[in-house]
Design a protein around this ligand. Structure first.
Ligand code: MN
Length: 474
C-alpha cells in the first residue's frame, strides 16, 4: 500500500503525518486533530506555504520538510458557551493564569540571565494580541467566522440564528396600511407591460408596492373574474404571505416576488394562457408566491444536522419544502414544476444590475449557514463555505451545470424563450468567467508582491457590461 507523508507545523513544532493513500477522510482529520491535541468539536485549518487554506483530505498534496504546511486550531470547542461572558474560560483555559506564568518566567530569566531572550518578548506579544482578540469584535475573525476584515466590509453576526427573523407587528401593520392605500390607485399601463418582462427590476420597489404588483398579476391574468375572487380576500392573502416571509438576506419577500414575477413573465412570453387551464395557471402563480414561506435562511442539510424543530416535525424528509406548502407542488404537473424551478433560480436571466445584488444576498445567507455549521461542529456545506467559494466561482459552476441544462430544456419546448432566458445567462457566464480570471490574476500578483513588497496592490478589476470597472465587494 502506498503511503503519503505530510510535513507540517503545529504551534511552531514540526510534525509529520503518514497515511495510506486510500485512508478515509475522517481518519485523516482525526490524525491532524490528534497532532493539534484538538477535541472533536474544535475547528482545524491547514495552510500551505502561500498562506492559503487547504482541505484536510486524502487528496492532500504531499510536500517536503522545506514546504511545510501550518496547522492551526482556529476555534476551540464551539459547543461550549464560546461567546459567553468570559470567552477565555469558555475556550477551555485561563488566560490570566497563562499571563502570570509568563511573568514569573520573565522574572526568573531576568535574575538568571543578563537579558530577556527575544522568544519571551514574542510570547508576551502573542498573549497580548490574543487578549485583544478575545476582548474585541475582531476575535470573530480569528474564530474563523470570516477570513479577514480587510478583505471586505461585511460582518456576519454570530448571533444571526438567535436574532428574531420574524417581522415585527409594527412593521407589518405599517406595510399593510400603505398597501391598502396604494391598492386603490390605478397602476399605469406602462408598469403593467414592464411587469410582464424578465428585465423587470425589483430593487426599485418597496414591499407595499410589491404587494400591489402581485395584485396586478392576479388581476391581469383574469383570476379575479374567472374565480370570483373577492379583492379584500386576495389582499388579506397577500398580506399574510408578506408577513410570513422572514427578514433574511436572500429567501425573503423580495425573492418571493422575483420568482412570482419571472413565472408571470414566462406565462405571457410562452402564451401559456392559450395552452393550459386557468386553474393550473392560478396554481402555478400561487405556488410561486408560497414557495419559500417562512424560510429561516438555513437549508435542509442544516435543518437535519442541527436537529431543528422542522426536521423533527417532518422526520428529516425535505423539512423545508414540506414547510413551504409542498402540497401545492405535489398537485402540479411536471412542466409546471420546471417552470417553478426555472423561475426560482432565474436571477441570472435578469439584467446584471438586478441579478448581481441578489448573488451578494445569496452568498451572505450561505456564508451565515456555513459559519454556523463550523461553530456548531456540523458538516460544512461545501458550496456555502467562504473558504472554498468565491463570488465568480460560485456562479460559473452553477450556470454551467444547473442553469444551462434546465433552461435549454425549457427553451426547446418554448423556442421564443431563447432570447429571454438563454442569452442573458450566457452573458452572465462570460461576466463571471472574466471576474474569475481577474481574481486569479490578482492572486498571482499578490503572491508576487509578497516576494517584492514594493509592488502596489491594485483593486480587483471587475468586468462591467458598460465597460467600466469597480472593485469586487462581497
Ligand atoms: Mn426560492
Amino acid at each position: 500500500m502506498e503511503a503519503k507523508i505530510i510535513y507540517f507545523t503545529v504551534n511552531g513544532r514540526p510534525e509529520q503525518a503518514e497515511f495510506p493513500t486510500d485512508c478515509p477522510a475522517q481518519d485523516i482529520k482525526d490524525l491532524f486533530r490528534a497532532a493539534a491535541e484538538a477535541g472533536p468539536y474544535d475547528i482545524l485549518k491547514l495552510y500551505n506555504t502561500k498562506g492559503n487554506i487547504i482541505n484536510i483530505s486524502p487528496q492532500l498534496a504531499p510536500n517536503s520538510p522545506h514546504s511545510c504546511y501550518k496547522l492551526e486550531v482556529v476555534a476551540a470547542d464551539c459547543n461550549s458557551e464560546l461567546l459567553g461572558s468570559d470567552p477565555a474560560v469558555a475556550l477551555g483555559f485561563d488566560l490570566s493564569s497563562m499571563e502570570k506564568r509568563l511573568q514569573s518566567l520573565e522574572k526568573r530569566i531576568q535574575t538568571e540571565a543578563t537579558e530577556t531572550p527575544a522568544i519571551v518578548y514574542e510570547m508576551k506579544r502573542q498573549v497580548e494580541s490574543f487578549r485583544e482578540k478575545l476582548e474585541s469584535v475582531e476575535h470573530l475573525s480569528w474564530l474563523g467566522l470570516f477570513k479577514d476584515m480587510s478583505e471586505g466590509t461585511h460582518k456576519p453576526s454570530p448571533f444571526y440564528h438567535k436574532r428574531t427573523l420574524r417581522k415585527t407587528r409594527e412593521e407589518c401593520e405599517h406595510v399593510r396600511e400603505k398597501f391598502l392605500q396604494m391598492s386603490s390607485l390605478e397602476v399605469s399601463e406602462e408598469v403593467r407591460q414592464y411587469l410582464k418582462t424578465p428585465t423587470f427590476d425589483n430593487w426599485q420597489w418597496e414591499d407595499a408596492e410589491i404587494m400591489v404588483l402581485l395584485q396586478v398579476m392576479y388581476t391581469d391574468l383574469d383570476f379575479i373574474s374567472t374565480f370570483n375572487i373577492e379583492l379584500d380576500v386576495l389582499q388579506q392573502f397577500l398580506y399574510e404571505v408578506y408577513r410570513r416571509y422572514n427578514n433574511i438576506p436572500f429567501h425573503n419577500f423580495k425573492h418571493c416576488f422575483c420568482v412570482t414575477q419571472m413565472m408571470y413573465g414566462l406565462i405571457w412570453l410562452t402564451d401559456l394562457r392559450s395552452k393550459i387551464d386557468s386553474i393550473d395557471l392560478l396554481i402555478m402563480l400561487t405556488s410561486a408566491v408560497c414557495h419559500d414561506l417562512d424560510h429561516t435562511g438555513y437549508n435542509n442539510a442544516y435543518q437535519i444536522n442541527a436537529r431543528t424543530e422542522l426536521a423533527l416535525r417532518y422526520n428529516d424528509i425535505s423539512p423545508l419544502e414540506n414547510h413551504h406548502c409542498a402540497v401545492a407542488f405535489e398537485i402540479l404537473e411536471k412542466l409546471m414544476m420546471i417552470m417553478i424551478k426555472v423561475s426560482d433560480i432565474s436571477n441570472e436571466a435578469r439584467p446584471m444590475d438586478v441579478a448581481e445584488p441578489w448573488l451578494d444576498c445569496l452568498l451572505q445567507e450561505f456564508f451565515n449557514q456555513s459559519d454556523m455549521e463550523k461553530l456548531e461542529g456540523l458538516p460544512v456545506t461545501p458550496f456555502m463555505d467562504r473558504d472554498k467559494v468565491t463570488k465568480p466561482s460560485s456562479q460559473t459552476g452553477f450556470i454551467r451545470f444547473v442553469l444551462f441544462p434546465l433552461f435549454i430544456e425549457l427553451a426547446n419546448l418554448f423556442p421564443c424563450l431563447e432570447q429571454h432566458i438563454i442569452d442573458p445567462v450566457r452573458k452572465a457566464l462570460d461576466y463571471y468567467t472574466e471576474m474569475e480570471k481577474a481574481l486569479e490574476r490578482e492572486k498571482q500578483n499578490r503572491a508576487q508582491s509578497d516576494k517584492k513588497p514594493s509592488t502596489s496592490k491594485e483593486p480587483i478589476a471587475h468586468p462591467e457590461p458598460g465597460g467600466t470597472t469597480k472593485p469586487v465587494n462581497l
